[in-house]
Design a protein around this ligand. Structure first.
Ligand code: NAP
Length: 278
């Protein structure tokens, strides 16, 4: 993926995700620390952002966005309306707003930005749904655009999140499904890793070893699917020798309903994501 030309970046609410994105983009060579201003609430966080991370920090969101080309919204959903109303009057239509706020649609973002304005602000809004592994550079992010976002804004969003993992452009109607699969899915896989490790402990492995074996096995299986492009069923068949041990394991797994349970987990998480939106 090419390096995005970000110009000056304002990160509004530079907590865990904001920090991960700053680090990912700087490490990727997409932007220099000197081109970033970040906001937070607590004085100690602001001091850390400037003294340790090395960006300009500021507690005034409207001031922070004034000179920015790109505004990255990383505050919690509960305070989004307040913060968006604050920055709306300081924005122009030449800027790009990129939000990672879970559950907040581009339509709502556009409305919240315009709440204190006489005319609706026709600013390009890009919405992204990353997951927690973005914090260590192996995230999965879906990106979509609002009413005023063009192809170039979607590509910019895709390039930004490629700095912290994989990213793809997807229609906004799929975002609850993405939440149910790749965002909530990390928790499902932690449980799978924990359970595999318990199996290892049950058959005599030390817990630390069992956890390492289980985690690397999940990582390797995921990479095999992505890098070979082969269907997971084909890769599974490669491991399954006739009358061998894997087949006995698969029988136990199917009898326990793992496949249906995981399908239901995604369906339920997606259902709940849709409830959270309003
Ligand atoms: N964590 C994830 O993996 C993940 C995945 C997908 C989406 N998201 C979304 O990403 C967003 C951030 O999540 P997070 O985990 O990074 O949360 P977080 O660590 O709590 O970061 C939120 C940041 O917002 C700052 N803040 C609070 N009030 C503010 C205000 N009025 N003005 C400016 N900044 C303010 C906080 O400052 P202080 O530090 O000073 O309190 C904090 O640094 C959320 O909307 C979440 O839905 C997160």
């Amino acid at each position: 993926m090419s390096k995005p030309n970000l110009g000056r970046l304002a990160v509004i609410g530079a907590g865990k995700m904001g920090e991960a994105l700053i680090t990912g983009l700087v490490d990727h060579g997409a932007i220099r620390l000197a081109e970033i201003v970040a906001t937070a609430q607590r004085p100690e966080r602001l001091a850390w952002l400037s003294d340790e991370l090395g960006v300009e920090s500021c507690s005034n969101n409207a001031e922070a966005v004034a000179d920015a080309d790109l505004v990255l919204l990383c505050v919690k959903p509960q305070i989004a309306s307040e913060v968006l109303a604050e920055i709306g009057p300081a924005l122009t239509t030449n800027q790009v707003v990129l939000s990672i706020i879970a559950g907040l649609s581009t339509e709502k973002i556009e409305k919240m930005l315009s709440v204190d304005l006489d005319e609706p602000l026709e600013v390009p809004v890009v919405r992204a749904m990353p997951n927690t592994p973005s914090r260590i550079g192996v995230g999965m992010t879906a990106v979509c655009g609002g009413r005023f976002a063009g192809e170039q804004h979607l590509r910019l969003g895709e390039e930004i999140f490629s700095a912290v993992g994989r990213a793809l452009v997807l229609e906004e109607k799929y975002f609850d499904a993405v939440t149910g699969l790749s965002a909530s899915g990390t928790a499902f896989i932690y449980i799978v890793i924990e359970a595999l490790a318990e199996g290892g402990v049950k058959v005599g492995l030390p817990r630390k070893v069992a956890t390492e074996l289980a985690a690397q096995t999940c990582l390797g299986a995921g990479k095999m699917v992505l890098e070979t492009g082969d269907h997971p069923a084909l890769l599974k068949d490669e491991v399954t020798t006739p009358a061998g041990c894997t087949m006995d394991g698969i029988l136990a797994l199917e009898a326990g309903g793992l496949r249906v349970t995981l399908i239901n987990a995604v369906v339920e998480a997606r259902r709940r994501a849709a409830e959270l939106v309003d």
